[in-house]
Ligand binder design. Structure first.
Ligand SMILES: C[S@@+](CC[C@H](N)C(=O)[O-])C[C@H]1O[C@@H](n2cnc3c(N)ncnc32)[C@H](O)[C@@H]1O
Length: 228
């Protein structure tokens, strides 16, 4: 364990570089998210996409009838998500911001999605994000979040372990970024203020060309649905 400082500017600088890589310029919505999001029950209901990245989920949400807002702390992501929305001819807003302090009113959103985002930090950062999500979500609204499980962790000697199950990678394109790997029990504890919590563990094939990180490595993701 170490007290290695994870500074915000350092992390943002990594994300700005990653946005130049084709594998981060994803265009097709994540099928496991598509399977979980329903159209809005009421006209003009608002959806927030936290860590929207290149913006692949925003046109799809808008086409379903959601009034969509994307948020990302990378300027490159914000810029491209705006282009993606405009190219699709869909309305929506994209804002530069940090998931630790969501710049929105209490109860503003009926739906919050965060795909492949909220594990970038320590456990305390995730807990902070959940407090913010709970605050901005309406009563009865839903948050749909995907996170890597502890079965997806690299070996202990890879990277810099800053706390239990949190590693700052020191090799590969995501070097310098923190990754926390979750288990169901800590998730349930962290989400205890929500009215309902559902967690599903889903093992996905490794991306094309990727190899398992070690003998027990499984590309398992936890899909969490929280009711505000
Ligand atoms: C792996 S990408 C996922 C992008 C998108 N959700 C998708 O599924 O294509 C993670 C995104 O989260 C953003 N991100 C990471 N930490 C963040 C934070 N603290 N606040 C806002 N955005 C953050 C990054 O800039 C990046 O665009």
């Amino acid at each position: 364990m170490s007290n290695h400082e994870l500074t915000t500017p350092d992390q943002i600088a990594v994300w700005e570089r990653l946005m130049d890589l084709p594998e981060y310029q994803r265009t097709t919505p994540e099928p496991l998210l598509v399977a979980r999001v329903l159209p809005p029950a009421a006209r003009m209901a608002k959806a927030l996409d936290i860590g929207c990245g290149w913006g692949r989920h925003m046109p799809w949400l808008a086409a379903m009838g959601w009034r969509v807002t994307g948020l990302d702390w990378s300027q490159a992501a914000v810029k491209h998500a705006r282009v993606v929305l405009e190219a699709a001819g869909q309305p929506g807003a994209v804002i530069k911001g940090d998931y630790h302090r969501l710049p929105f009113r209490d109860g503003e959103f009926q739906l919050v999605v965060a795909n492949d985002v909220l594990h970038h930090g320590r456990l305390a950062d995730f807990k902070r994000a959940l407090l913010e999500i709970k605050r901005v979500i309406r009563i009865g609204g839903q948050a749909i979040i995907s996170l890597p499980s502890t079965r997806n962790m690299p070996q202990p000697f890879v990277g810099l372990w800053v706390e239990e199950n949190t590693v700052v990678l020191d090799t590969g394109v995501e070097a310098g970024l923190p990754h926390h790997f979750f288990n169901e029990e800590e998730l349930r504890r962290a989400a205890h203020t929500f009215r309902d919590v559902s967690i599903e563990a889903i093992v996905e094939p490794l991306p094309p060309g990727a190899k398992p990180l070690h003998a027990e490595h499984v590309n398992e993701w936890l899909w969490i649905i929280l009711t505000g």
